[in-house]
Design a protein around this ligand. Structure first.
Ligand code: SF4
Length: 375
C-alpha cells in the first residue's frame, strides 16, 4: 500500500507515522503546508515574545515566509519518502534532501554547486560543496551529513566548479529557477540571490585546494554579469590559521564574510557537542587572530540534547568568551543563534524552542552588547 511519512514539527524529528497517500495530496499538500508554515512563523514570533526586528533583520514577515518555504520543502521531501516517489518529477533527487540550513540543497544536476533557500542568508544561497569527501575534524552531535554513507570520493575540481558556478549564475540571472517546480510557488523575495557560500559536507578550510577554490569563485563572480554577490565562508574556525586558507582569504573583499562556529563557552560542553578532538582554545585563538584583521560573524548552534536545553551556566560562559574576544580586539558585527533544523543521525539531538533561542540571544546581548539574531 502506498504510504507517506508524517513529520512531528514540534521537535523536527520524523515522527514515523504513516498513512494512505493520494497523488492529489502530493500536489496540494505543499500549498496548504505553505500557509500552515506562514501561520507557524507568525505564531512562533508571538509565542516567543521576540523583540521587534530581532528574529531577523527583515522582521517577522521574512521569518514567516521562510517558514512557508521550509514547511513546504519539508512536505515535499517527506512525500519523497513515499513508496511511489522515485519516479515523480515534482520532487528533487534523493541526494538533494541533505540539508545545510533547513531547506533542501538542490544540486540542479551539478557535482559541486547547489542552491538552497537559507534563512540565515535571507533568501537564495548558492553553495559550494568544498568537501565532497565529507572530511571534517569535528563530530557535531547535530551534524546532518550522513557519514555512514559512502562519500563520492571525488575531490572538488576547481575547473569543474568554475563551469558549474557560471551555469548556476546564468540560470539565476535568466530567472530560470522559476521553471523548476520546486521554486514555482516561492515568494520572489526568497529567490533573490544573497550570497555564495563555501560550505558543504565537511570543513571547507581543510580542503587542500582552498586558495585555488576561492580564486575560482572570485573569478567567476567577477565575470558573472549578476550584481555583486558576497562570498561567505562557513567554517568551524580550526583551519583559519593554515597558510592556504590565509592565502585564500586575501582574495575576499571587504563585503565578503566569514561565519565562524562557536557552539559554547567551555571545553567540556564543546567536547560534548562538537566532538572530543575539538579545542576551545584553538577556536578562540583563530577567531581572535582573524577578527582583529577583518570582521568575523559568530554562528552558534544550540541543540536540545536528550531533551535538555544548554545549561544556563554554559550560556553565561559562552557570553564570557565573546566578551573576551571583544576585549582582545575582535570585530564581531553579528552573532547568529540557531538550532538543529533537520534530523541528524543522532536521535538524541533535536531543535531548541524559539523561545529558548531568544532567551539565549537576550543573555548574549545583555552581556556583550553585540548584535544578535535568532534563526
Ligand atoms: S563542523 Fe559542520 S560538517 Fe563538521 S561535523 Fe560539525 S556540522 Fe558536520
Amino acid at each position: 500500500m502506498p504510504r507517506y511519512v508524517l513529520r512531528d514539527f514540534s521537535d523536527h524529528r520524523l515522527a514515523g507515522a504513516r498513512g494512505p497517500h493520494h497523488p492529489a495530496l502530493v500536489l496540494y499538500f505543499p500549498f496548504f503546508a505553505g500557509w500552515i508554515g506562514f501561520l507557524r512563523g507568525v505564531c512562533s514570533k508571538k509565542r516567543a515574545g521576540i523583540d521587534k526586528g530581532r528574529v531577523d533583520k527583515g522582521g517577522w514577515p521574512i521569518y514567516a515566509l521562510a517558514n512557508v518555504v521550509d514547511f513546504s520543502f519539508q512536505s515535499l521531501s517527506h512525500a519523497a519518502t513515499s513508496d511511489k516517489s522515485p519516479s515523480r518529477p515534482l520532487l528533487a533527487p534523493a541526494s538533494s534532501t541533505e540539508t545545510a540550513f533547513g531547506a533542501p540543497r538542490d544540486f540542479l544536476g551539478n557535482r559541486f554547486v547547489y542552491v538552497v533557500i537559507s534563512s540565515r542568508a535571507r533568501g537564495l544561497s548558492v553553495g559550494i560543496n568544498v568537501n565532497p569527501d565529507k572530511y571534517c575534524n569535528f563530530q557535531c552531535v547535530y551534524c546532518e551529513v550522513r557519514r555512514d554513507e559512502v562519500a563520492s570520493g571525488q575531490a572538488l575540481d576547481p575547473a569543474v566548479l568554475e563551469l558549474e558556478l557560471k551555469h548556476v549564475f546564468d540560470f539565476i540571472r535568466e530567472g530560470r529557477l522559476r521553471e523548476h517546480p520546486r521554486y514555482r510557488g516561492v515568494p520572489q523575495e526568497l529567490l533573490h540571490l544573497r550570497h555564495v557560500a563555501l560550505s558543504g559536507d565537511g570543513e571547507p578550510t581543510l580542503a587542500p585546494d582552498f586558495a585555488r577554490i576561492v580564486q575560482a569563485v572570485v573569478h567567476v563572480r567577477a565575470l558573472s554579469g549578476v550584481p555583486f554577490t558576497k562570498l561567505v565562508l562557513i567554517t568551524n574556525a580550526t583551519g583559519l590559521g593554515r597558510a592556504g586558507v590565509r592565502a585564500g582569504l586575501r582574495a575576499f573583499t571587504h563585503s565578503d564574510e566569514i561565519w565562524a562556529k562557536l557552539d559554547g563557552g567551555t571545553q567540556t560542553y564543546l567536547s560534548r557537542v562538537n566532538g572530543m578532538a575539538v579545542s576551545l582554545g584553538e577556536i578562540l585563538a583563530n577567531i581572535l587572530t582573524l577578527a582583529r584583521q577583518r570582521p568575523v560573524i559568530i554562528q552558534s548552534l544550540f541543540p536540545l540534547l536528550n531533551g535538555a536545553e544548554p545549561p544556563a551556566e554554559e550560556i553565561e560562559q559562552y557570553a564570557a568568551r565573546l566578551r573576551e574576544l571583544i576585549s582582545g580586539g575582535a570585530k564581531i558585527p553579528l552573532v547568529q543563534i540557531y538550532s538543529a533544523t533537520r534530523p541528524s543521525s543522532n536521535s538524541s539531538c533535536s531543535h531548541l524552542s524559539l523561545k529558548t533561542l531568544s532567551q539565549i540571544a537576550q543573555t548574549v546581548r545583555g552581556a556583550t552588547g553585540l548584535r544578535v539574531e535568532v534563526f
